[in-house]
Design a protein around this ligand. Structure first.
Ligand SMILES: Nc1ncnc2c1ncn2[C@@H]1O[C@H](COP(=O)(O)OP(=O)(O)O)[C@@H](O)[C@H]1O
Ligand SMILES: [Mg+2]
Length: 328
C-alpha cells in the first residue's frame, strides 16, 4: 500500500525541540495534520542526507552491539524518546512472533497509555505495576496475566505510571525497582524473552526498563524529527551502560513504517546504514495497513495475516535477533 506522504520540501530539518516526543509521527503526517516548515528546504536526495546526518550522531562503536552467547533471559527494552515510531507495535508483534516460535514471552507494558494491553483487552487488576515499583511490596509475578495467545504473558501498564514519574522522577531510590523485581520472577519462571514496551520519554520509567534490560531495541521511523530523538535515546543508553548496567547493549535499530519504493525512505535507510552500520537491522518493517488492524483486534500480524509483507518482515526480524543472540 502506498502511504500518503508530505512532500519532502515541507519537512523541517531541525533538531527536535524539548518536547520532541510531541512531534507528529509519520502516521499523523500521512493523515495530513502536520505543522511544518515556514520555508521549503528543497527535495533532493542530499536534503534527506543532510536531514539524517548530524555530526552529533554516535558512531556504531560508541554503543556496544550484542555479540557472543548471552546466557539466561533476553530482557529487550523497546525504547525511543519519540512517540509514534512503533515501540508498541514492535513490542507486540515481536512478542507475538517469538511466542509462535514456542518461546515463552513476557511483555511488560510500561507505557501509562497501556495501549498494548488495551488491544489485548487486558486491564490492570487491583494491584498495579506502579503500586509494586513505587511503594507497595509484593511480587511482580502476581501481576502476570496469560493472554489468548499461546506462550504470551503480559504485565499490564497503568495510568498511575505517569504521575509517579512526575513525583519520583529525580529520586535515585526507585531507579532499580524493576530490575530487582524482575530478577525475582525470572528465578522461578525463566522466560527466555522479556519485552518491555517503554513510554515516549527518557525519564524514570524508561530508565527503570533500561536498567533491568540486557538489550535495547530502538524502532525509528525515519521522520524529520527522528534523528534527534535517536541520538538522545542512544545517549541515555550510553549513560546507563557506563554508570549502572554494564550488561546493557543495543541489539539493533529497527527502521519501521517505511516505504522503500520511495527515494526518501531509501535514502534514510542508506544514511542510517552509513552511520550505524551493523547496528541497523537489515529487516525493515514496511508501512502496512495490517498494523492498525492488528492492534485493534489484539492479534500479532504473524497470526492475523501470516502471508503479509509485515508478517514476513517480523519473521526476518526474529531470524536476525536469533543470529545476534546465537539462539539455535
Ligand atoms: N509498520 C507500520 N505500518 C503502518 N502503521 C504503523 C506501522 N508501525 C506503527 N504504525 C502505526 O503508528 C501508530 C503509532 O505506533 P505505536 O506503535 O503506537 O508507536 P509508539 O509506541 O512508538 O508511540 C499506530 O497507529 C500504529 O499502528
Ligand atoms: Mg507506545
Amino acid at each position: 500500500m502506498k502511504k500518503l506522504r508530505e512532500p519532502i520540501s515541507k519537512i523541517v530539518p531541525l533538531e527536535p525541540p524539548d518536547n520532541g516526543d510531541m512531534q507528529p509521527s509519520r502516521t499523523e503526517r500521512s493523515k495530513g495534520g502536520v505543522p511544518l516548515s515556514d520555508g521549503p528546504i528543497g527535495g533532493t536526495r542530499s536534503d534527506v542526507k543532510s536531514l539524517y546526518s548530524t555530526p552529533a550522531a554516535p558512531a556504531e562503536d560508541q554503543v556496544a552491539a550484542v555479540s557472543g552467547k548471552v546466557v539466561g533471559s533476553h530482557v529487550i527494552c523497546v525504547v525511543n524518546r519519540k512517540g509514534g515510531v512503533g515501540k508498541t507495535t514492535t513490542a507486540f508483534n515481536l512478542a507475538g512472533a517469538l511466542s509462535q516460535k514456542r518461546q515463552q514471552v513476557l511483555v511488560i507494558d510500561l507505557d501509562p497509555m497501556g495501549s498494548l494491553c488495551r488491544s489485548l483487552q487486558i486491564r490492570p487488576g487491583g494491584k498495579t505495576i506502579s503500586d509494586l515499583l513505587f511503594g507497595l511490596g509484593g511480587s511482580l509475578g502476581e501481576l502476570i496475566r496469560k493472554t489468548h495467545i499461546p506462550n504470551l504473558y503480559v504485565i499490564p501498564g497503568d495510568p498511575n505510571l505517569r504521575t509517579l514519574e512526575m513525583r519520583f522522577g529525580t529520586s535515585l531510590e526507585y531507579r532499580r525497582a524493576l530490575r530487582g523485581k524482575l530478577a525475582e520472577v525470572l528465578k522461578w519462571k525463566p522466560f527466555p524473552f522479556v519485552i518491555v514496551d517503554c513510554p515516549p520519554s527518557l525519564g524514570l520509567i524508561s530508565g527503570n526498563a533500561l536498567i533491568a534490560a540486557s538489550e535495547a531495541l530502538i524502532p525509528i521511523d525515519g521522520s524529520a524529527y527522528g534523528m534527534g530523538a535517536l541520538i538522545d535515546t542512544l545517549g541515555i543508553i550510553k549513560l546507563i551502560q557506563n554508570n549502572v548496567n554494564q550488561d546493557l547493549s543495543v541489539c539493533g535499530l529497527l527502521l519501521n513504517n517505511v516505504d522503500l519504493s520511495t527515494s526518501y525512505d531509501q535514502t534514510v535507510r542508506e544514511v542510517l546504514k552509513e552511520q550505524f552500520r551493523s547496528l541497523l537491522f537489515e529487516t525493515v518493517i514496511p508501512t502496512a495497513p495490517e498494523s492498525d488492524i492488528c492492534s485493534q483486534i489484539g492479534e500479532p500480524v504473524t497470526r492475523y495475516a501470516p502471508s503479509s509483507w509485515m508478517a514476513k518482515a517480523y519473521w526476518q526480524l526474529v531470524n536476525e535477533l536469533y543470529e545476534r543472540f546465537n539462539v539455535a
